[in-house]
Design a protein around this ligand. Structure first.
Ligand code: 5OB
Length: 251
């Protein structure tokens, strides 16, 4: 998978050289390009923002540097030139993601779909946002999505992009060594994870639940599933299908 990031803080992504995803880059599974938005400005101060039309607090990111940066990344021929047509709705067309609190919420299901893409481009906005015409202009050449990490405030898109790349990257075949470990995770089966224990069997007076020492794999699996349900009911009831939903909503 090719991943491009446009940001005014390129050093922020230096940490992608290490850890699991750093290995995926070395082996060629992930091909990462980080682009400094200021490299696409032409004034002495490398200005990327300006005051909003219509007034209001804060600054808005200017369209021109974004246009030039994305022009270079989306240059025709960069992505399977022979199959390039007017059809933008397939995994061969780059997908441009702008992290935004105004976007659709990022989920594990979205991460799974994004892990099948050939080329993802992340545009990290700062300040109060990016000139709307950047999204409109880009949508004429590529697929564009605004994606939110959740209902809270961040100063910019960088942290959101880092989280998305970690969630997506580990789902690319070969990036995580043991595919079994992927399906056991919280959210992969729609439930939270069961509690885990390792040795010693007793620590500071706390015992490992005896069922886990029983050696009976059927009973252990049933206990773990019950723990998942109990936990999910208690802290994330929103993840469970509500019992009344099907009756209440007549077709
Ligand atoms: N808040 N997801 C939640 C976000 C966010 C703020 C952002 C980007 C993504 O700022 C650009």
């Amino acid at each position: 998978m090719r991943i491009d990031i446009v940001t005014i803080f390129p050093e922020f992504f230096d940490v992608l050289d290490i850890s699991l995803l750093g290995k995926a880059r070395q082996t060629g599974l992930i091909d990462l390009g980080v682009h400094n938005l200021r490299d696409y400005t032409h004034d002495r101060h490398r200005t990327v923002d300006d005051t909003p039309y219509g007034g209001g607090a804060g600054m808005v990111m200017k369209p021109e540097p974004w246009g030039e940066a994305l022009d270079g990344i989306l240059r025709p021929g960069d992505d399977t030139p022979d199959e390039r047509t007017t059809d933008h709705a397939d995994a061969h067309t780059p997908l441009v993601i702008f992290p935004s609190p105004a976007g659709e919420v990022f989920t594990q299901a979205m991460a799974r779909r994004l892990a099948t893409e050939q080329h993802l481009i992340f545009g990290c906005g700062r300040y109060e946002g990016i000139d709307q015409r950047v999204f409109d202009d880009t949508a004429a050449r590529a697929r564009v999505r605004l994606v939110s990490l959740g209902d809270y405030v961040l100063n910019g898109g960088e942290v959101a992009v880092m989280a998305m790349i970690e969630a997506i990257g580990r789902l690319i075949p070969g990036v995580v060594g043991n595919p079994e470990s992927l399906v056991q995770e919280s959210h992969e089966d729609g439930l939270l994870e069961y509690p885990s224990y390792t040795k010693p069997a007793e620590w500071r007076g706390h015992e490992v639940p005896p069922v886990l020492l029983s050696g009976n794999h059927g009973v252990i699996a049933a206990w773990r599933h019950e723990q998942q349900l109990e936990r999910t009911r208690r802290v994330r009831p929103d993840l469970l299908p509500s019992e009344g939903a099907s009756e209440d909503s007549a077709p």
